[in-house]
Design a protein around this ligand. Structure first.
Ligand code: FES
Length: 173
């Protein structure tokens, strides 16, 4: 399943237009047949929304809730619990930086600053003016011995230093 890749693909579609129509509806129905209940499809259904739109809007939350027989409040709770779901539009490449204590001691904040400057994002959670990047801080990525680890879309990159940041960003158009 694709996760963060290809954000730009569907972002031109207005967020209020339904996601689950045509082939996407067919994929959702297929998903229903693989899970014991419709409700169990929540996470993959949200991925489908994010793949199609690049983020999960309030309207999409309502649509998922209706399709799966859940309340919008429940779906929203799940969306906001996981950092992997975006509740607002993000850049084509989504960068997550671990800033939990072990990485912080090793200079994670300097990596964050370098990323915010080199991408032009300026602030955490903001998208760069060219639409390429969004940078956020996250909790431990499970690579504490390789500070600072970052995730760019699905790419896990360890031992990132401020000096390496420009070279890393060059790989992402
Ligand atoms: S604290 Fe940064 S990866 Fe664990």
């Amino acid at each position: 399943m694709s996760t963060h890749g290809g954000h730009g693909a569907g972002t031109a579609i207005a967020p209020h237009e339904p996601v689950f129509v045509g082939p996407t509806r067919a994929r959702l129905e297929q998903l229903f047949s693989k899970y014991p209940t419709k409700q169990a499809c929540l996470l993959p259904a949200l991925w489908m929304v994010q793949e199609a739109r690049g983020w999960v809007s309030e309207q999409a939350i309502g649509e998922v809730a209706e399709a799966l027989g859940l309340t919008p409040a429940y779906v929203k709770g799940v969306v906001t619990f996981y950092t992997m779901y975006h509740t607002h539009p993000v850049g084509r490449h989504f960068i997550q930086v671990c800033t939990t204590s072990p990485c912080n001691i090793c200079g994670a904040e300097d990596v964050v600053s370098a990323l915010l400057e080199a991408t032009g994002c300026g602030d955490l959670g903001a998208t760069s003016p060219d639409g390429r990047f969004t940078v956020i801080e996250v909790e431990c990525l499970g690579a504490c011995g390789f500070a600072t680890p970052i995730l760019v879309d699905d790419d896990f990159i360890e031992n990132v230093t401020p000096e390496k940041v420009p070279g890393i960003l060059q790989r992402y158009a």
